[in-house]
Design a protein around this ligand. Sequence first.
Ligand SMILES: NC(=O)c1ccc[n+]([C@@H]2O[C@H](COP(=O)([O-])OP(=O)(O)OC[C@H]3O[C@@H](n4cnc5c(N)ncnc54)[C@H](OP(=O)(O)O)[C@@H]3O)[C@@H](O)[C@H]2O)c1
Length: 241
Amino acid sequence: MLEDECRAINLPFFKHITSGHPYVTYKCAMTLDGKIATVTGESRWISCEESRRYVHRLRARCDAVMVGVDTIISDNPLLTVRHVKGRNPLRIIVDSHLRTPTSVEILSGPMARKTIIATTETNPHIHRRYQQSGASLLVCRQVDGRVDLHDLWGQLGSRGIQSILLEGGSRLAGEALAQGLIDECIFFFAPKVIGSDGFSPFAITGVTSMERALPFKAIEARRIGDDILVTARPEKPCLPA
Ligand SMILES: NC(=O)c1ccc[n+]([C@@H]2O[C@H](COP(=O)([O-])OP(=O)(O)OC[C@H]3O[C@@H](n4cnc5c(N)ncnc54)[C@H](OP(=O)(O)O)[C@@H]3O)[C@@H](O)[C@H]2O)c1
């Protein structure tokens, strides 16, 4: 009875129990012409305050938030829940060669123990630099010199992480989308235009015809403050390798 409705309210649980992978929601804020940052990498602040508060609610509902190392270097984010009441999720940085500067916010203070760095680096001396702050490291298999995202998703799933809010940037999200590892997208469209320079939400190339475009379904849209919030799901099934 009401099977679809029951699944809809517990998607992370069902995804995790059936596949061993977490349910991954990619969120990003973009301009009306689909740019998440200027060509210089500046993205603060594209969306309105209400959208940013909504993101903090999403964070509080997830087991972990995740970003690529270049977002850490460019934005130095805290990735905590501040604008609403709620618990702070784990924070995961995907950083194959440990380029994360040890001085960043995410590694400072007592919250650093909630930070996990997913890497292909196995040298314990280099690990120690980060462990000193309280952060932990997760060594993953590598593909083409980078963290193997299927392996990472599997390792996080086996640690009991059921839901992840992927917060960018475009290269990590592009790779995750191309590999069928994103379950849902939440896009905030702000009434601004950047033009042809800048970052796209997904750094993917090779789509040379509409036939090869990646299809999405279950699209919904609503106003949020000055922005438009669009949710959609990639059609490609998100199955483990
Ligand atoms: N508007 C928004 O909502 C929003 C949100 C987030 C970020 N941003 C903007 O996005 C920009 C950063 O995006 P970005 O694309 O340059 O960087 P990114 O996606 O944050 O990080 C990319 C890096 O992640 C590492 N990585 C490790 N394994 C990977 C894998 N399997 N696939 C892909 N990447 C992997 C790679 O570095 P290694 O090879 O060294 O590991 C790669 O260069 C910044 O300007 C930031 O402001 C905007």
